[in-house]
Write a protein that binds this ligand. Sequence first.
Ligand SMILES: [Zn+2]
Ligand SMILES: [Zn+2]
Length: 79
Amino acid sequence: MGVIKIRICPLCNGLTEITYKCPRCNVPLKDNGRIEDFLDDYSPYLQQDLPNGYAGSTCTHLLYCPHCREDHRWEIPLV
Ligand SMILES: [Zn+2]
Ligand SMILES: [Zn+2]
């Protein structure tokens, strides 16, 4: 009868604002969402048997830098 601890992504759940900055130009990055949302068609196995779809202890997001005009993969630690 243990309590299952479910970890959530603070970004997906709106608990925090993005404070990450581009490693190249130091411009604040914008959240483009979970990378799984982009990979759904290619990686159906990601959805299997995973509570909330989390495979590990991080949630990978695509963060967009408006200056570089590039997406960066960012591992967001779950809380
Ligand atoms: Zn997330
Ligand atoms: Zn940049």
